[in-house]
Design a protein around this ligand. Sequence first.
Ligand SMILES: *[C@@H]1O[C@H](CO)[C@@H](O)[C@H](O)[C@H]1NC(C)=O
Ligand SMILES: *[C@@H]1O[C@H](CO)[C@@H](O)[C@H](O)[C@H]1NC(C)=O
Ligand SMILES: *[C@@H]1O[C@H](CO)[C@@H](O)[C@H](O)[C@H]1NC(C)=O
Ligand SMILES: *[C@@H]1O[C@H](CO)[C@@H](O)[C@H](O)[C@H]1NC(C)=O
Length: 371
Amino acid sequence: MKTLTALTLVAAVFTDARPVPHPLTLVSRVVDDGNIYANWPTYDQLPLHPSFPTKAAWGVWGATDELGSLNHIRNATILAAKSEIQLGRTFNLNLELSMPDPPLITSRRPLIHAIQPFAGYQDDVITLNTQISTQFDGLRHFPYSTNASQATYQFYNDLITFDNIMAPGGSSTLGIQKTAEKGIAGRGILLDWAGWMESKNASFDVFNATKISAAELDAVATWQDLDPASFAKPGDFLVVRTGFTKQYLALSPHDQSILPYRDAADTQFVGMEASDAMLRWLWDKKFSLVGSDNPGFEALGGPTVSIIDGIPRSLHQIFIGGWGLNIVEFLNLEKLTPAAHQLKRYSFFFTIQNLNVVGGIASPPNALAIL
Ligand SMILES: *[C@@H]1O[C@H](CO)[C@@H](O)[C@H](O)[C@H]1NC(C)=O
Ligand SMILES: *[C@@H]1O[C@H](CO)[C@@H](O)[C@H](O)[C@H]1NC(C)=O
Ligand SMILES: *[C@@H]1O[C@H](CO)[C@@H](O)[C@H](O)[C@H]1NC(C)=O
Ligand SMILES: *[C@@H]1O[C@H](CO)[C@@H](O)[C@H](O)[C@H]1NC(C)=O
């Protein structure tokens, strides 16, 4: 039986694959600490150099930068976000580490959790593929590629190659130890697309490649009494609720266990549409991080490919390989969302502390929201 593979995110095998020139001569913006948005490129001005891949933000935070969009979070951003803590109510945003069980891509091994008893105490041992359960995608996870072959891989700022990741004792550049060291905190903003759909009695299937557009996200903001033009502040963590977790958790154990074994053509998941309009909407809002309750933030599977600037691209390629934008997937928003609606307040303080794995690719985010 066929199953979803990482190839799905490449959208299609691009037959006109061009070899990638390495190393590129990086052009970069000078970042002024006093005004980080001086000389800020517009979406149309990306990339800074024509040799860079589709809509890459390479050089925008400097030629050797390894933090990407997290640079939007300054000390002052975190200080300003403390006003989001008004009640002291905490919300765990992480699924159980074993969920979904079985993993939605069957070649990903399920969590192994073993207890090691000793005389007078016990330990436990966890073996985890970081792409199951709630996950923080680091910048080693997803390069640009045109035909899913490593000859066409291009990582953020062109700092590493696939061989650097695979080499034992090799470079740790772009590893998740960088974000663990930074420590991520700030203001989160929730857009409840699923709640908006339900409010219109619109039915939708999260196990279908339903594509959520930027115009719909604006409509969700309006439904939540937020002004689409101003609800987002630079450095915010955008969180979109697609309803995936709700529908997944409502499946019977039987249906959860057969879900990964759908035919490839039916292996589809709701998510954001990969389009110029979506990318422009996100770039203009200067998010530090994006997240959602679905498997890939973007819609996965389905018959169409997304052509951005003439090349089939996924949001994963442009976010992670291009903007250095981490993605947080499989968030559990089912407790935060009702509280936000009850309070009519959709912003919150959040923290993310990923595992400090040198050269790591992804991690549980240990995501916490505080209202
Ligand atoms: C992908 O494209 C690269 C660069 O043109 C080429 O070297 C490689 O053989 C291609 N791989 C596949 C699987 O088509
Ligand atoms: C901002 O925070 C970082 C990390 O916590 C710290 O090293 C730096 O000194 C701070 N800068 C200012 C101006 O306080
Ligand atoms: C949605 O359905 C409910 C229950 O049938 C009904 O009360 C409500 O008016 C409907 N809302 C809209 C927007 O159609
Ligand atoms: C996905 O949605 C389309 C349009 O509503 C529908 O025709 C199709 O059968 C759905 N596919 C699956 C796998 O649910």
